[in-house]
Design a protein around this ligand. Structure first.
Ligand code: ATP
Length: 348
């Protein structure tokens, strides 16, 4: 039998994981994932993302006292075959001796679905993943991107209640990653399936996640919508891990933050602030005749086509990163005035 396809809500209660060798991979975690939601686990290597995903999948049990609930039902001790979840890994995990169609239909055949239905369902999945023309190819005759499409088609063919993806795009080159990311996004939206996606790539997390769970050393550092995580990071770790963050050190008084390179008007500046943070898009090179709050010199300029990424020395430990869309060249050592949008300023 294949699943009903009705998306499931997933809850983790007090889920910790200590491996046999004593490695503490996950500190006690509580997490509620809504039915139909895409939640991305994001964090550096070794922070416990995969372990959490494996606990949800039923490939790993949490330490005693931890519980996994699917629609409120305790599944903590149910193995993966009984949870009706689809999985996609970085390494594809396809059957090399079967055709594409054979791989996609595998889960249905072992569930004894009648042949005619398997055939219909396989063609539907191949069409959905735009790989109909590859149906009779062997896996070793496919590119990495095509293999990952087959893996996705295989995972959703059985109408799982949740789709679990562990770094599915990591092995692919940048351009392919972008295309497949778009396709995964539309796939998840059109299926309305509950999806949990593990990645260390913040752009992927921001693009796909309804919510992002940022993890650090086996703990949750922050949970929130991509925009919240980006604009209101809860900790320095989150601020640095996601996107680029500029820093200025100095002192705040009477609504002005003073640093080596100048003074930034910021009416809400907390009097205790000794460091302010802001994103590259909240600072720009001031035009001639325009008031600039800071003065700096261009340390490096990388022309990227649609914009120039500038590194501007302002006497701090690290240069400021600024994205300029101006149609002009910047010279190494050039003096520039800078204007900051105070709405983007943060203190952590
Ligand atoms: P990556 O992005 O590198 O896969 P991750 O965030 O997914 O990292 P996990 O794979 O969850 O991290 O690993 C968390 C920690 O648990 C790491 O320190 C890892 O070495 C350790 N670990 C994972 N599996 C085992 C195991 N079977 N036995 C012992 N330690 C393990």
């Amino acid at each position: 039998m294949t699943g009903t396809g009705k998306p499931v809500s997933i809850a983790l209660a007090n889920c910790a994981k200590t491996f046999a060798d004593g490695t503490r991979a996950l500190e006690p975690l509580d997490l509620a994932i809504h039915a139909g939601e895409t939640v991305v686990f994001l964090g550096p290597s070794g922070c416990g993302k995969t372990t959490t995903l494996r606990i949800i999948a039923g490939l790993e049990e949490p330490d005693a006292g931890g519980k996994v609930l699917f629609d409120g039902v305790d599944v903590t001790h149910l193995p993966i075959e009984q949870r009706n979840v689809g999985m996609v890994f970085q390494s594809y995990a396809l059957f090399p001796n079967m055709t594409v169609a054979g791989n996609v239909g595998y889960g249905l055949r072992i569930r004894k679905v009648p042949d005619a239905q398997v055939k219909a369902r396989v063609s539907e999945m191949l069409a959905m993943m735009q790989i109909t023309r590859l149906a009779d190819r062997r896996i070793d005759q496919l590119s990495g991107g095509q293999r990952q499409r087959v893996a996705l088609a295989r995972a959703i063919a059985v109408r799982p209640r949740a789709l679990l993806l562990d770094e599915p795009l990591t092995a692919l080159d940048a351009k392919l990653r972008d295309t497949l990311r778009l396709d995964i996004d539309s796939l998840l939206r059109s299926l309305g399936i509950t999806a949990i996606y593990v990645t260390h790539d913040q752009a992927e997390a921001m693009a796909l996640g309804d919510r992002i769970v940022v993890m650090e050393h086996g703990r949750v550092a922050q949970i929130g919508k991509p925009r919240e995580i980006y604009q209101r990071p809860a900790t320095r770790f989150v601020a640095d891990f996601i996107g680029t963050m500029n820093r200025l050190t100095g002192t705040a008084r009477d609504g002005v933050f003073r640093c080596k390179a100048g003074a930034v008007a910021w009416p809400e500046a907390p009097a205790t602030a000794t460091e302010i943070l802001f994103r590259p898009e909240d600072i720009r090179v001031a035009g001639s005749g325009e008031a600039a709050s800071l003065q700096g010199t261009v340390a490096s300029a990388f022309f990227l086509g649609d914009r120039t990424r500038l590194f501007v020395d302002v006497g701090e430990e690290r240069p400021l990163v600024i994205e300029s869309t101006a149609r002009r060249d910047f010279q190494h050592g050039e003096a520039v005035g800078l204007a900051i949008d105070p709405r983007g300023l943060l203190v952590l």
